[in-house]
Design a protein around this ligand. Structure first.
Ligand code: ADP
Ligand code: ASP
Ligand code: MG
Length: 481
């Protein structure tokens, strides 16, 4: 993409705001009412709305697919019918009779297609990644149609845009990557004219298709990434990620009730957090925003007036450690090679992992051994078979990677020693400070995640002195940075 093109698009779309609403922000009638209010408050900034599937729907679709592929078509269809009823009830509560009949027709057509896919899965007895992408994408197809109609009902001139016809990806099913040129061109062709005529485009997140029209997805949690892709293509002035927490916090508030909102952070810091398991942002989200220098705001749809977190090119959280993350479901893989670890072995190992679409997180090597971390064990038996004769592979499940992120962590060696001291009584492994300037991470048993994160949070984010007020009632500060 040339600088000249970027400049001209920027001039056209300077005031566009892309607003992404996650599953809990569209989960029921009150969530959708809040969404409408939030979109209404942005009408002056040419909003583009990107929505996830209703909360839990993607997991239910996966469950239905697995049931069908195992031959339990009855249970698969029962799950899908419950999803249908939920959407119909929601449509009924949001939309008048006229709007309802159009929406109902669209939803019925899509549910019929979904049921027919389940029949095919029962016949083929397998749910491969390609069919899985087709299946999981229905959640966003339903929610985007529903939200578009609810917005229209509220008097907002919304228009549905099929994300599968705009976001074009490679065929890496389960975690596809955009083909940028075509995607940008299609988004500009289909979304910009709507904006120019005062409409509010509504797209499903997470879903895309190959250039041949085969459905793909951007990976679980991928609606954040969709919003960033749309934002980059339209050179939006701002990207808003509306979710169920007050912003990016010093750690997952579900793990530690003392977690505090981080007011400002840099693209780099946020990208590290997302990479190391901070669920609030899909790991790929920051790259397009960073490339086009689009500020990203993480906001709570249940408290729309909150300040949230602002992610900018040159912001600082202000703390030595800006946040602590935990990535669960990690498997520790040991690869032993009698001939020793050399570049030839590294090349073959990477090629085999790549062939099985198994991405590797952290790596350490010694004379005869490589230690890798992977997020799924599904492909490991096949990888072990492919490497037979070259190296021997063993793995252990149920690990978690705990990571501390901070701009200047590397320049403060005492951080590592404080972390070591805090978890010295736990079975801690693969302690890494090397590869990234901004992170320190280690592996623990999954059962120890909560305890280790809470201990570290207590050390690096101690409760500040309570402030006494007139009546002698004390209140603690609860903001970070
Ligand atoms: P959405 O459905 O809106 O995309 P997600 O469930 O994907 O929302 O992400 C929001 C969740 O991310 C929060 O409910 C929270 O539990 C989790 N989370 C993990 N780490 C953090 C963090 N550091 N700050 C905020 N939320 C976090
Ligand atoms: N609905 C998809 C998922 O649950 C994508 C998303 O929510 O971002 O993974
Ligand atoms: Mg999410």
């Amino acid at each position: 993409m040339s600088g000249v093109q970027r400049q001209s698009r920027f001039e056209r779309s300077d005031d566009v705001v892309v607003m992404k609403f996650g599953g809990t922000s569209v989960e029921d009638a009150s969530a959708i009412r809040r969404l409408i209010g939030i979109v209404q408050s942005r009408l002056g900034s040419r909003p583009v709305v990107v929505v996830s599937a209703l909360a839990r729907v993607t997991d239910q679709l996966l469950e239905a697919g697995n049931a069908a592929a195992a031959g339990h078509l009855g249970s698969a269809l029962a799950i899908v019918r419950s999803i249908y009823v939920r959407h119909e009830q929601l449509a009924d509560s949001q939309v008048d009779e006229h709007g309802y009949s159009a929406l109902d027709g669209e939803l019925r057509g899509e549910f019929r297609e979904l049921e027919s896919l389940l029949h095919d899965l029962e016949t083929s007895r397998q749910l491969d990644l390609k069919s899985q992408d087709h299946l999981l994408g229905f959640g966003e197809c339903f929610s985007s149609r529903l939200v578009k109609e609810a917005l229209c009902q509220a008097g907002i001139s919304a228009a549905h845009v099929d994300a599968r016809s705009c976001i074009v990806t490679d065929a890496r099913h389960g975690q596809a990557s955009p083909v940028w040129d075509v995607t940008e061109q299609r988004l500009q062709e289909r979304v910009s004219p709507l904006l120019e005529t005062g409409r509010v485009p509504v797209l499903g997140g997470f879903i895309a298709s190959t250039c041949d029209g085969v459905p793909t997805t951007l990976g679980r949690g991928g609606s954040d990434f969709s919003a960033a892709i749309v934002g980059a293509a339209l050179c939006a002035a701002r990207l808003e990620i509306w979710t169920d927490v007050d912003g990016i916090m010093t750690t997952d508030p579900k793990l530690c009730s003392d977690a505090r909102v981080i007011r400002k952070m840099s693209f780099d810091e946020a990208a590290q957090l997302a990479h190391f398991g901070t669920k609030v942002l899909h790991p790929a989200t920051l790259a397009p925003a960073m490339r086009e220098n689009i500020p990203v705001h993480v906001l709570n749809s249940r408290r729309p007036d909150g300040e949230g977190t602002e992610i900018l090119a040159r912001a600082k959280s202000g703390n030595l450690v800006s946040a602590i993350t935990a990535k669960r479901n990690v498997a520790a893989v040991e690869i032993e090679c009698a001939q020793g670890v050399d570049s030839e072995l590294l090349r073959s190992v990477y090629a085999v992992f790549d062939r099985h679409s198994c991405s590797v997180d952290v790596m350490a090597t010694s004379l005869r051994r490589m230690s890798l971390l992977v997020g799924s064990t599904t492909a490991l038996p096949a990888i072990a078979a492919d490497l037979r004769g070259v190296a021997e592979l063993r793995w252990e499940n149920h690990k978690a990677l705990v990571c501390l992120v901070g701009e200047t962590i590397r320049r403060h060696p005492d951080v590592a020693s404080r972390v070591f001291a805090a978890v010295s009584d736990m079975d801690v492994r693969v302690f890494c400070q090397g590869a990234s300037d901004r992170t320190i991470s280690f592996l623990v048993e999954e059962s120890k995640v909560e305890e280790s994160v809470q201990r570290l949070h207590g050390i690096f984010f101690p409760q500040r002195e309570p402030v006494r007020d007139w009546g002698g009632i004390s209140s603690a500060f609860c903001q970070a940075g």
